[in-house]
Design a protein around this ligand. Structure first.
Ligand code: ADP
Length: 178
């Protein structure tokens, strides 16, 4: 499902964030040490290969809401943007930290003059953020930054579960092009 808002394509898809050819950057739902782990970080590091962690080590640790950029190594993209989402109930206010993740990742991509970026559902796995709560933050934040974007032409959400995929689709369906 694709909708164009402010001349930027918003795409909702189901799949693996580590296998997204055609996107300039994908976002890693990272841990503070930017280390390989489970979930998204595990998939990205194992596909990218060990050189990714070598580059990451110098950039770690990062704080909740912060985003840093590295090369993509074995991934079919130019860059990986690593972002630390909030741990639900611990990094408070969670909605501010989650919003900062999306905002900072988009700003970083735009600063590097990238045309496309892919996001997983940050914080909704191991970090425990309820998907329904997260999706409101995601859409409010992304729709809010669209008018300030200079280079990005596509923002793609890559969801892992049918449940998240359907939630994102119905959310996007409710939004009318302004
Ligand atoms: P966090 O630690 O920020 O919660 P996780 O990686 O545990 O991050 O999970 C974030 C979301 O990404 C969850 O909804 C999870 O199901 C989903 N997910 C896990 N692996 C992948 C993958 N390879 N591609 C896209 N989404 C994934």
């Amino acid at each position: 499902m694709i909708k164009t808002l402010n001349n930027i394509q918003i795409e909702i898809s189901k799949g693996d964030i580590a296998v997204q050819p055609g996107l300039d950057a994908v976002v890693n739902a990272a841990n503070s040490m930017l280390a390989p782990g489970g979930g998204v970080a595990g998939a990205i590091h194992s596909k990218a290969g060990p050189d990714l962690y070598k580059e990451c080590k110098d950039l770690a640790p990062i704080l909740p809401g912060e985003a840093v950029i590295t090369k993509a190594f074995g991934l079919p993209n130019k860059y990986i943007i690593h972002c630390l989402g909030p741990v639900y109930g611990k990094d408070i206010p969670g909605d501010k930290f989650l919003a900062a993740c999306y905002q900072n990742s988009i700003n970083l991509a735009d600063k590097h003059k990238l045309q496309s970026i892919g996001f997983p559902a940050i914080s909704t796995g191991i970090f425990g953020y309820p998907p329904l709560e997260a999706i409101d933050v995601v859409f409010n934040t992304v729709l809010g930054v669209l008018p300030r974007i200079q280079h990005l032409k596509k923002i793609k959400f890559v969801l892992f579960s049918d449940e998240d995929f359907n939630l994102y689709k119905s959310k996007l369906a409710q939004i009318s092009p302004g």
